[in-house]
Design a protein around this ligand. Structure first.
Ligand SMILES: *Cc1c(COP(=O)(O)O)cnc(C)c1O
Length: 389
């Protein structure tokens, strides 16, 4: 069969099942309002939670780093690409995370895939929450360790699996804030069972970095679990508004990753403008708690506004607010109608979320104004009223 024909058939199948995806082109910077098809549209589905992606200070930091260090690192970290600028950011992250060491990865995806596969292998077992991010799932698969998926946030089930799974080494891995639901992992309880069964704990702070904790370092900081978590991973591409990721932990663990994580070793180092901007972003987040406070205030306000108007928003008032619609086709229809009403909320369908749980994933930003959120709420009410009627 010609490859082209096979591809067409598969695309048609996705279309029939309501699962075909398309790239929506944004004609302006990642601000709270964006240009979609020439129209000013309120952005309500980005991970740029604090609005830092377009912050003038970070843009200046990127430009300054480009002027000093160039636009590319010119090599992988272990060959010629390890710049003092990378090291400066790693030192900043180490200090922020209160660990012994930290290493940069080119993205959160690289970090999870490389770290899990470097730390466990055949004869070991990874215990992974059912709603963990795809990059964790891929890391588990690549590692060739036995993968035990436990029901979402079910610590009792996790303990049972730990008790009955024979393995040389055990690694528990979990999102801290779950990416599609906005809820938090029971991290304290997980650390307790980990200790009991002699397992290591790895936490993915992708959606909590810059968002939770007294200095924005994440859920580990919020719960003061520094001593109990072995590996803190997070990304620089979400609340920090830049790109790249980090893994922080004990020096020997981090140095093992530098040696053995293939997604670190076999790729060109992060470009200087990104590193310079990320350094400025971390410093800003550490010293400006009002950014987080505004994000949480907006989350609470919008969650209540939707609830009051009968929009089926589920869960806690987090910066990630799922509106569960279940059916993928319906989800995309509602998303399209919202877009027509001037609000962009992406529909999320399988395989990103489990079958039957398609949803709108609403995310607020610290930079949204009360007027923005009011406008969004009216759009939701209009679309949901028309849909029911
Ligand atoms: C987005 C995300 C990642 C991947 O991070 P990138 O830097 O975007 O590659 C990893 N884990 C979780 C939980 C995420 O939501």
């Amino acid at each position: 069969m010609a490859l082209e024909k096979l591809a067409s058939e598969r695309l048609l199948d996705l279309h029939t099942r309501g699962l075909l995806r398309d790239l929506r082109v944004v004609g302006s910077a990642a601000d709270r309002w964006v240009d979609i098809g020439g129209r000013r549209t309120l952005l309500l589905c980005s991970n740029n939670y604090l609005g830092l992606a377009t912050h003038p200070q970070l843009i200046a930091a990127a430009a300054e780093a480009a002027a000093l260090w160039g636009v590319g690192a010119g090599g992988s970290r272990l060959i010629s690409g390890s710049l003092a600028l990378h090291q400066e950011l790693e030192h900043e992250l180490t200090d922020w995370k209160r660990t012994e060491d930290a290493v940069l990865f080119n993205s959160g995806y690289h970090a999870n895939v490389g770290t899990i596969a470097a730390l466990v292998g055949e004869g070991d077992a990874v215990f992974s929450d059912a709603l963990n991010h795809a990059s964790i799932i891929d890391g588990c698969r690549l590692s060739r360790a036995r993968v035990v998926v436990y029901p979402h946030k079910d610590v009792d089930a996790l303990a049972k699996e730990l008790a009955r799974t024979p393995a040389r080494h055990r690694l528990i891995v979990t999102d801290s804030i779950f990416s599609m639901d906005g809820d938090a992992a029971p991290l304290r309880e997980i650390c307790t069972v980990a200790k009991r069964y002699d397992a290591w704990v790895m936490v993915d702070e992708a959606h909590a970095t810059g968002v939770l904790g007294p200095t924005g370092a994440g859920l580990v900081e919020e719960l003061d679990l520094h001593g109990s978590v072995d590996i803190q991973m997070g990304t620089l591409g979400k609340a920090l508004g830049c790109f790249g990721a980090y893994v922080a932990g004990k020096r020997s663990v981090v140095q093992l990753l530098v040696n053995r994580a293939r997604s670190f070793v076999y790729t060109t180092a992060l470009p200087p403008p990104v590193v310079g901007a990320a350094l400025a972003a971390v410093r800003m987040v550490r010293t400006q708690p009002q950014l987080r406070a505004q994000l949480h205030a907006n989350a609470k306000f919008f969650h209540r506004a939707l609830q009051n108007r009968g929009i089926p928003v589920s869960g806690e008032p987090s910066h990630i607010l799922p509106v569960l619609l279940k059916d993928p086709t319906r989800t995309m229809q509602v998303s399209t109608r919202l877009l027509e009403a001037g609000v962009w909320v992406q529909g999320i369908r399988p395989p990103t979320v489990p079958e039957g749980t398609s949803r709108l994933r609403v995310t607020v930003m610290a930079t949204h104004t009360p007027e923005d959120l009011q406008f969004a709420c009216e759009a939701f009410v209009k679309v949901f009223t028309e849909e029911r009627g």
